[in-house]
Design a binder for this molecule. Structure first.
Ligand SMILES: [Zn+2]
Ligand SMILES: [Zn+2]
Length: 244
């Protein structure tokens, strides 16, 4: 369980370069590592080729898998992202996160929740995406949806979509960041419940620090504890080597 498949470098908003992040992963004795810079809507993609080359050079002789990837944005309810087939074909792994793009213009909370649930279900049939980054990162969205606003039935429906679409649920180490108004112990309890639901539906998990510096890379202790408490074993984790 000692891997980190979600990090950023100077190719997006990270502070360290590819080489330093991979060096850090080796120093921390991680079993696998991924560089997943932001692929945001309207931003150029001309850095991808160079990033891929640098990751390939940096992983040579490391003794553990180092994947080159991106973190795409979910941009609509139908499961569309910023990722194109051409870009995906150059990468080992693709993450996608919900960033509130395509939110309906309404103040009706139920309508917003419905939209969010559709986004989560439909992203699962997007063949270009492997991992859903920090699922249910809704606490800072203008919609102000709380984790408990989504019904257990909807969580189960989303979980089955993850399973059937082969999408990995990323347990992001600093997930608390999205819920600044919730006491961390309460947030943990709520998130553990969600992870248990997904685990019971047969969903597999990934782990990411979402680090933007060497200080955060490999910072996965909270994720590891949460997955253990949810009863998730090694067999229900992503196999990073299978992406190479
Ligand atoms: Zn993200
Ligand atoms: Zn990220």
């Amino acid at each position: 369980m000692n891997f980190d498949l979600h990090t950023h470098t100077t190719y997006s908003d990270g502070k360290a370069d590819v080489e330093m992040m991979v060096f850090c992963a080796e120093a921390l004795e991680l079993s696998a590592f991924a560089i997943t810079d932001h692929l945001n809507e309207g931003k150029p993609t001309d850095w991808i080729d160079e990033m891929v080359e640098r990751v390939k050079r940096a992983r040579a002789g490391r003794g553990f898998p180092v994947l080159c990837g991106v973190e795409a944005e979910i941009i609509d309810e139908s499961g569309g992202t910023t990722l194109t087939e051409e870009v995906r074909s150059k990468l080992d792994i693709a993450l996608a996160h919900w960033s509130g793009k395509g939110l309906p213009w309404t103040s009706d909370k139920n309508e917003i929740i419905e939209h969010f649930v559709e986004c989560m279900v439909n992203i699962c049939s997007n063949p270009l995406v492997d991992v859903i980054a920090h699922p249910f990162n809704i606490g800072r969205a203008p919609a102000e949806i709380a984790l408990d606003d989504i019904s257990t039935e909807d969580y189960r429906r989303i979980a089955r979509a993850f399973r059937d679409g082969g999408k990995y649920f990323e347990v992001m180490n600093n997930m608390w960041w999205w819920f600044p108004d919730t006491k961390p112990s309460l947030f943990r309890e709520q998130y553990l419940r969600i992870v248990r639901i997904f685990a019971s539906e047969g969903v597999k998990f990934s782990i990411g620090s979402d680090a933007h510096s060497v200080g955060g890379a490999g910072n996965i202790a909270w994720s590891q504890r949460l997955l253990r408490d949810a009863g998730v074993g090694e067999e229900q984790l992503i196999d990073p080597a299978s992406f190479l």
